[in-house]
Design a protein around this ligand. Structure first.
Ligand SMILES: C[S@@+](CC[C@H](N)C(=O)[O-])C[C@H]1O[C@@H](n2cnc3c(N)ncnc32)[C@H](O)[C@@H]1O
Length: 228
């Protein structure tokens, strides 16, 4: 397994506001432990019905999140790729990926998040995306994808069910395809996976060539291959 680290920008304005942004970011990541209180798919759907409006506003305040999404896309996606965004939410990763890929399909359990995602994609004038309200477990693509990405979805999955989700992602990919996962770190907040857990879950599902890219002091991107 290889590892890299992306450090914070040194632009003067970002430097000035860094302590505030860092405090907000840390509070938010710690706050995501609320997902432990969502015991079922229905509970997740209800949560995002009321949470969706504030969701993007909150992330928009953190340059680290945008940087992480850009890094994810830079690391994983090539021109002409057919990409699946798992747990796409309001399509933040879908939109960044669609700038580069041939087509991006975004799937999400919450019809309310998908509704907002459709509005965002329309506003951006993108015509290479397709957004579907479905769970990962129920999704049956007609064709496998070149790349599968997922951003901040894994914390919603109970640790014992994560291997099954990784297996779905493995099955959604063509042989030789790549998965890219963006989130925080289990070392920072326990709803996320530690280095060891990511490595174990990816390896158990059949992925190889695992790379971990730490972004700032709080985020992590994991990239791995489905063998040919
Ligand atoms: C924290 S949000 C992340 C959204 C988006 N990827 C982002 O980076 O902003 C997690 C999303 O995962 C979705 N989700 C949770 N469990 C899911 C499942 N089993 N299948 C599909 N989507 C799921 C939720 O509905 C929610 O929109």
């Amino acid at each position: 397994m290889s590892e890299t680290m992306v450090s914070e920008d040194h632009a003067p304005l970002q430097k000035l506001f860094r302590p505030v942004i860092k405090a907000l970011r840390t509070a938010y990541i710690q706050g995501t432990t609320v997902v432990k209180l969502l015991p079922s798919e229905r509970a997740i759907q209800l949560y995002y019905k009321y949470r969706r409006k504030s969701y993007d506003l909150q992330w928009s305040m953190d340059p680290g999140y945008r940087k992480g999404l850009k890094n994810l896309v830079d690391l994983v996606i090539e021109d002409n790729d057919m990409v699946l965004d798992v747990g796409c939410g309001t399509a933040s990763a879908t939109i960044v990926a669609a700038d580069k890929a041939r087509e991006v399909v975004g799937i999400d359990l919450s019809p309310d998040m998908i509704e907002l995602a459709v509005e965002k994609v329309k506003k951006k004038g993108l015509n290479n995306t397709c957004l579907l309200a479905t769970s990962v477990e129920e999704y049956c693509p007609e064709q496998p994808f070149d790349k599968v990405i997922s951003s901040f979805m894994i914390p919603h999955v109970k640790p014992e069910l994560r291997p099954a989700i990784y297996s779905c992602m493995f099955n959604f990919l063509k042989s030789g395809g790549t998965v890219g996962l963006f989130g925080s770190r289990g070392e920072v907040c326990d709803v996320y996976e530690t280095r060891q857990e990511i490595e174990e879950n990816l390896t158990r599902s059949g992925f190889t060539d695992i790379q971990l890219h730490d972004v700032y002091d709080i985020y992590r991107i994991a990239v791995a291959k489905k063998p040919e």
